[in-house]
Design a protein around this ligand. Sequence first.
Ligand code: XMP
Length: 519
Amino acid sequence: MVDSIAILDFGSQYAQLIARRIREAQVYCELFPWDSSVDQVMGINPRGFILSGGPASVYTRNAPNIPGYVLESGLPVLGICYGLQALTHALGGRVAPAVEREYGPADLVTTISNPLLEAGSHRVWMSHGDRVEQPPAGFQVLARSDNSPAAFIGDLERGYFGVQFHPEVRHTPRGEVFLQRFFLEVCGARPDWTPESILQQSIHRVRQQVGNGRVLAGVSGGVDSSVAAALVHQAVGDQLVPVFVDNGLLREGESRQVLSAFQQNLGMELVVVDAREEFLTRLAGVMEPEEKRKVIGETFIRVFENRATKLGQPDFLVQGTIYPDVVESRAADRSKVERIKTHHNVGGLPPDLQFELVEPLRYLFKDEVRQVGEALGLPRELVWRQPFPGPGLAVRCLGEVTRDRLARLRAADEILIAELRQAGLLVLEQKGDELRGTAQAFAVLLPVRSVGVMGDQRTYQEVIALRAVTTEDFMTADWARLPHDLLARVANRIVNEVQGVNRVVYDITSKPPATIEWE
Ligand code: XMP
């Protein structure tokens, strides 16, 4: 078993970031809702605890508190923001509302030498209303800021620490080192969560679950479903039947690339189901985005069930669910957040499903999925490619999805992608404070026509919108500042080479208020 850290989540918007910082340092950790059972949390055999921030105040009724087993375990604890306040409250210190809420950058000055923060002044990110007025017995103030006299406190004997600021966000430059010192040095967790060990552990889990059963996997060509299928194949070999459903909504050359990636790199033959006609027929006349998603999701399952019966009913079905899907659907269940778009890889399967699910990526973040994909031998182009939505080109072909319109969209998209690749802008790079390149870039076909003039002839044709964004997490995004000459070249080529398009526009809205996809 690898070493691990347990994060108790008190409802922080940054909880996933804490987990990512730990995993990035190759230490395994899991996020648990603060009121999870002791067996669940202690089941990962943690070396220490991190208590996240959260919106509550410790002195209100029914405020979440630190479960008894945390302090009884004798393990080190780091409380962040609400976690600090809850720790202070639990150990007999005093927390009160601050005179002013503190939100944004602050300067922290170290007051006592300690294992987490060196002497000096440090820029940190604050976001809180309450603050610690009096640390519990045994604690010292290790650093203070103007507005928080006890911004960082600790009991060095017991390995208990609490910070008012957020070390997990990028706006706290020394935050990463600070956290690492806690879980590596204070907790003594070994950094043994490497791609190789992740792979071994995942294979072991799949073998245990599946035994001699037969497994079916749907491969869409996306990163998650490809890595999941490759991993299960590595674990149970020919017990797996990997099925590639060609829904006709993929980009130019994509289905060919996927098949050859599996065949050449892994020696895996995918069973191809050509369902292009079926998808197009069911999508005929469907204009509304959520309706398109629903039709595609249902058609996918129908095609799949149909095929599964022909293959002799399998016992298991592979799903490429990844850790953020798990954490976010848990959070969504709790707060019933408004549904903006249905992402059908989460919870979209019918309740009368005849298979048991195998989810080999359930505990992995996206970058870990990619590392595992590489360790399995999948090609870099497939493993590192930009995300592509499950409903494919259907949600980029605004209005009706027809064969002709898909062909137009595909041709325009291919030109954009080729030019971006040529310019080295199909990847995202941090250059100083700026993100260069694109995290996601594509063409969208609009359901409007505009007037143009080509070779003295009036034209009345459709419009292509280009969308390219920079983002780290796809929750917020900015439009990519692509070079003007590149945009000019792309527009020129699309109008000249793609039949039926006479105008190209560039989308300059960020998310929010827009979303990345147009539907
Ligand atoms: P939005 O458009 O909501 O998209 O800003 C955020 C990210 O999610 C992708 N996306 C989807 N992925 N099924 C998927 O698997 C979907 O229905 C879907 N809709 C959007 C989108 O491409 C972007 O990366």
